[in-house]
Ligand binder design. Sequence first.
Ligand SMILES: CC(C)(COP(=O)(O)OP(=O)(O)OC[C@H]1O[C@@H](n2cnc3c(N)ncnc32)[C@H](O)[C@@H]1OP(=O)(O)O)[C@@H](O)C(=O)NCCC(=O)NCCS
Length: 413
Amino acid sequence: MIVRPASEGDVLALLSLEREAFGATAWSEVSIRAELSGVPATRQVVVAEADGAVLGYAVLLVVAGTADVLRVVVATGHRGRGIGRSLMSELMSEAKRRGCPAVLLEVEADNEAAGGLYARAGFSVIDRRGGYYGPGRDALIMSCTLSAGRPPAATVSPVRDLTYPPVVLAVKAAFKALDLRLRMRGTEHIPAFGGAVLAVNHISYIDFIISGYAALPSNRWVRFMAKKELFDHRVSGPIMRSLHHIEVDRGSGLASYATALDYLRAGQVIGIFPEATISRSFELKEFKSGVVRMAAEAGVPVVPVILWGTQRLYTKDHPRDFSRGKTVLVTVGQPFAPPSGANLVAETGRLKAEMARLLDETIRSYPEMPAGAWWLPASYGGSAPTLQEAKELDSQEMRSRAAARVAQRRAAS
Ligand SMILES: CC(C)(COP(=O)(O)OP(=O)(O)OC[C@H]1O[C@@H](n2cnc3c(N)ncnc32)[C@H](O)[C@@H]1OP(=O)(O)O)[C@@H](O)C(=O)NCCC(=O)NCCS
């Protein structure tokens, strides 16, 4: 007996096994074909075959880093011989190959054979859904945690990451030296597998380091969209390039947008600041719609990430302060997938409202809120500029930069 990937030629055999096992509730030929067409993007379908006959099959769904066993079926005359166990073991290996931290499934509470099979494969019951299959027929939700370990590079990252590991070590050492009290919540929302856009609020120059750090528990390395100047710089340029961050040339945004889409489609995590530049008020300013547009176009989720406290270390209009013992909070919210053809304005508004809610929650849970502090928004009793004042300061900055560019051009000609 061998276990191999299913193909088009197996559809009728799968249909007949389905009907034998599930009768009226069996999947139709159309739905079996639909499952097969999801391979490899979101599905894996395997069959057990002996002497040219298909004796069983199993289906795994993997979306946004979550693996789900949808089916395991063995032909009635061949049960109890270890075929179910072999199929399950293939699905578990596949989930591991794709970097999933755990596998979930749903099973009818009195399906003893399936319950036994799953328990034997390492699953345990984590919840119960009363009457899910009809009156008196409960469903059990079972889960199995896979051993930790970085997902194989081939399935997650098509690029070589030689610089990232030493940079992560350096960042960890810096956090220690600063006695940085970094508290992260919700990092499990960052998918362990597949493309995703992290939408991060922007209050300091170190935000990309901290939000990148929040993806490490999911074994992900984030590629940030960052301004061209950082890539042109003698010191930061080579680092930015070797970390595979994406260069944003404000003069030709289309190229960087296309690169980011390619990255997302290749299963990478992209980090973006939807406010584009640092918010001087430390509250959320206007959002660009690029985040939602990109996620909808690539068919990946947006994950809201809120940072608080980073502005105390290094931000606009204030001297750096790397004194020890500061608290930095990170809150990662629930991912949401904007549908393709989504109303960009409405979905961006929805993202902003959710990030505003998380920001408020995070500010209120910060251990310090001293009245009049420069790093606290005016609306929380601090002395930071209001959103309106900050907008005026941003416009002044733009005007003086434009004037400086004109003066430079005149001097050059
Ligand atoms: C569930 C099913 C796939 C098991 O397949 P199988 O090939 O018979 O299972 P295996 O022989 O590999 O047995 C593996 C383990 O499952 C458990 N198991 C299998 N049949 C069992 C039964 N009738 N009662 C209790 N436990 C059972 C045992 O723990 C067994 O391990 P062991 O042999 O070391 O004791 C099979 O019974 C089936 O196709 N059922 C109908 C479809 C279904 O309900 N699928 C699950 C929902 S999609």
